[in-house]
Design a protein around this ligand. Structure first.
Ligand code: NDP
Length: 453
C-alpha cells in the first residue's frame, strides 16, 4: 500500500477515535506527514503496521484527584498518565498542572516525547501526565495537598525501572518535592522515581537549567552551519518559567541580547536586555506576574494581553534576529510569523512543545527562516533527567560543569542527527523532517525487532 494512503488512513482513524483531541491530531499529522520519504524508501514500517501501533498509547491512566483546600472544602480534579511507548526504555516524560490539561493535551505531549527521547540517543521511552489543576492562587499547603492526592493514585503505576515522571508547566522543584515525599511515604522506598529532585535528595546539578541551556546550544549549532552565531544577536523569548529563564541566562553567556519575556497576562520588552536577576526574583521566589517586573526595570515596556495584535502574540512583533518560543503550544501564529519575517528574524528555535501553529510553520518554511522543532531543540531537559537517573543508580553526584558539558555534547549530537537525516533525505536543513525520521526510525526498528507486542 502506498505511504500516502496509509498516512491518511491512520490520521482518519485518530480523528474518529479521538474526538476533540485536536492537539494530539496536530502532533500526529506533523510527524506522519514528514515520514513519507522514509516510508517510501523502506517498506518494513508499513508491513509491520508501525504507524497504526505507534499512535496508540500502550496504556492510558485517568483518575480522580480529591483534595481538601484551606477552607476545608472538598475539591476534585482529573489526573492523567499516558504511557505511550516503552520500546527503547522505561517511560519518561513530565507532569503538567494547568487548567487546560485534557486527555488530548497529555496525548500530544506523550506522542512528541517518544521521538524526542529517542533523539537524545539515550534509552528512554515516551510518556506524559498531569492534571487540570490550577496552581495559581493556591497556598503552599493546598499545593502540597493536591500533590499528595495526585501521587496517591499515580504511585501504583510508576517506579524507577518502569516510569519516571518529571516537571513541566506548573510542576517545578516545589511540586516534585511534595510528589516524591508522598511516593516515599506510600511505598517505603527511597528511589529515583522522579527527576528534577532537590539537590540534597538525589537531584542533579544543572537539571533546572538544562532545557533552556540545551535550547540555546541547539540554536548555536544550527547557526554555525551557516557561518553565523548567537553573539550580538537580538533574541525574543516568550514565557518566563523554567525554560524561558534559563534560555535567557545562556543567551547572555553566549553574548546574545535577550530582549523579551512574557507570561499569560502580558509581554515585557527591554531594548537593552532583560534584567535576569529581577526576573528570577519575581518568578522563582515571589511567583508573581510580569507587571511587577515592569515596576523594577523602568527602561522596559509592558504590553498586557488585552492589547495584543489580533490573532497574535505581542512578543513576536518585537524586532529580533532569533525567536525562542518557550511558553506553551500554539503560541506563535501565522500573524506572528509574518511579523517575524518583516522584522528580519533568521531562526525560530522552539523551546516549548509545539509552540508554532501549522500555518505559521508553513509560512516560516516557505520564507527561508530556519526552524528548530521543539522535540529536538528542547530535548536537553529529558536528556539531563536521564543523567540524573544515572547518578541515582550509581549513587554519584556530578559537578555542574560535568553535567553541562555532557548536555552540550548531547545537544550537538541531536542537532547533527536531525541535520544529517534531513540531508540524507534530500531536504538539507529541514529539521522537522530530520528529527521526526531519525526519532521514528530508532523506535520503529526496535518495535520490529521486538515482534508483535
Ligand atoms: P513553567 O510553568 O515554568 O512556565 C511556563 C511559562 O509559560 C509561564 O511564563 C506561563 O505564564 C507561560 N504560559 C503557560 N501557558 C500559557 C498560555 N496559555 N498563554 C501564555 N503564557 C503561558 O513551564 P516550563 O518553562 O517548564 O515549560 C514551558 C514549555 O516548555 C512547555 O511547552 C513545556 O512543555 C516545554 N518543556 C519544558 C521542559 C522542562 O524541562 N521544564 C522540557 C521540555 C519542554 P503564567 O505563569 O502566567 O501561566
Amino acid at each position: 500500500m502506498p505511504s500516502t494512503q496509509k498516512i491518511e488512513e491512520v490520521l482518519d482513524y485518530i480523528k474518529e477515535s479521538s474526538p476533540g483531541q485536536d492537539e494530539f491530531y496536530q502532533a500526529a499529522e506533523e510527524v506522519l506527514e514528514s515520514l513519507r520519504p522514509l516510508l517510501n524508501e523502506d517498506g518494513r514500517y508499513l508491513e509491520h503496521n508501525i504507524l497504526e501501533r505507534i499512535v496508540i498509547p500502550e496504556r492510558t491512566i485517568i483518575f480522580r484527584v480529591t483534595w481538601l483546600d484551606d477552607a476545608g472544602k472538598v475539591n476534585v480534579n482529573v489526573g492523567y498518565r499516558v504511557q505511550f511507548n516503552s520500546t527503547i526504555g522505561q517511560y519518561k516524560g513530565g507532569l503538567r498542572f494547568h487548567p487546560t490539561v485534557s486527555l488530548g493535551t497529555v496525548k500530544f505531549l506523550g506522542f512528541e516525547q517518544i521521538f524526542k527521547n529517542a533523539l537524545t540517543g539515550l534509552q528512554i521511552g515516551g510518556a506524559k501526565g498531569g492534571a487540570n489543576f490550577n496552581p495559581k492562587g493556591k497556598s503552599d499547603n493546598e499545593i502540597m495537598k493536591f500533590c499528595q492526592a495526585f501521587m496517591s493514585e499515580l504511585y501504583k503505576h510508576i517506579g524507577q525501572h518502569k516510569d519516571v515522571p518529571a516537571g513541566d508547566i506548573g510542576v517545578g522543584a516545589r511540586e516534585i518535592g511534595y510528589l516524591f515525599g508522598q511516593y516515599k511515604r506510600l511505598t517505603g522506598e527511597f528511589e529515583g522515581v522522579l527527576t528534577g529532585k532537590g539537590l540534597n535528595w538525589g537531584g542533579s546539578l544543572a537539571r533546572k537549567e538544562a532545557t533552556g541551556y540545551g535550547s540555546v546550544y541547539f540554536a548555536e549549532n544550527f547557526l554555525n552551519v551557516y557561518g553565523k552565531s548567537l553573539k550580538g544577536k537580538r533574541c525574543a523569548v516568550s514565557g518566563s518559567g523554567n525554560v524561558a529563564i534559563y534560555t535567557i541566562e545562556k543567551l547572555y553567556e553566549l553574548g546574545a541580547i535577550p530582549v523579551s519575556c512574557s507570561d499569560s497576562r502580558g509581554t515585557i520588552y527591554a531594548k537593552d536586555g532583560i534584567n535576569l536577576k529581577a526576573l528570577k526574583a519575581i518568578k522563582e521566589i515571589h511567583h508573581a506576574s510580569l507587571e511587577e517586573y515592569a515596576t523594577v526595570d523602568c527602561a522596559c515596556s509592558y504590553t498586557p494581553v488585552s492589547t495584543y495584535p489580533k490573532g497574535g502574540h505581542a512578543v513576536w512583533h518585537i524586532a529580533c534576529d532569533v525567536a525562542f518560543p518557550s511558553a506553551t503550544q500554539n503560541e506563535l501564529t501565522l500573524v506572528d510569523a509574518k511579523a517575524l519575517k518583516a522584522n528580519g528574524c533568521i531562526l525560530v528555535n522552539e523551546g516549548a512543545n509545539m509552540p508554532t501553529t501549522p500555518e505559521a510553520y508553513e509560512f516560516i518554511k516557505a520564507n527561508g527562516i530556519l526552524f528548530s522543532p521543539g522535540k529536538a531543540a528542547n530535548a536537553g531537559g529529558v536528556a539531563t533527567s536521564q543523567l540524573e537517573m544515572s547518578q541515582n543508580a550509581s549513587m554519584a553526584q556530578w559537578s555542574f560543569d560535568e553535567v553541562d558539558a555532557k548536555l552540550k555534547v548531547i545537544m550537538k549530537n541531536i542537532f547533527t542527527t536531525a541535520y544529517e537525516t534531513s540531508k540524507a533525505f534530500n531536504d538539507e536543513g529541514n529539521l522537522v523532517m530530520g528529527a521526526n525520521i531519525a526519532g521514528f526510525r530508532k523506535v520503529a526498528d526496535a518495535m520490529i525487532e521486538q515482534g508483535a507486542v
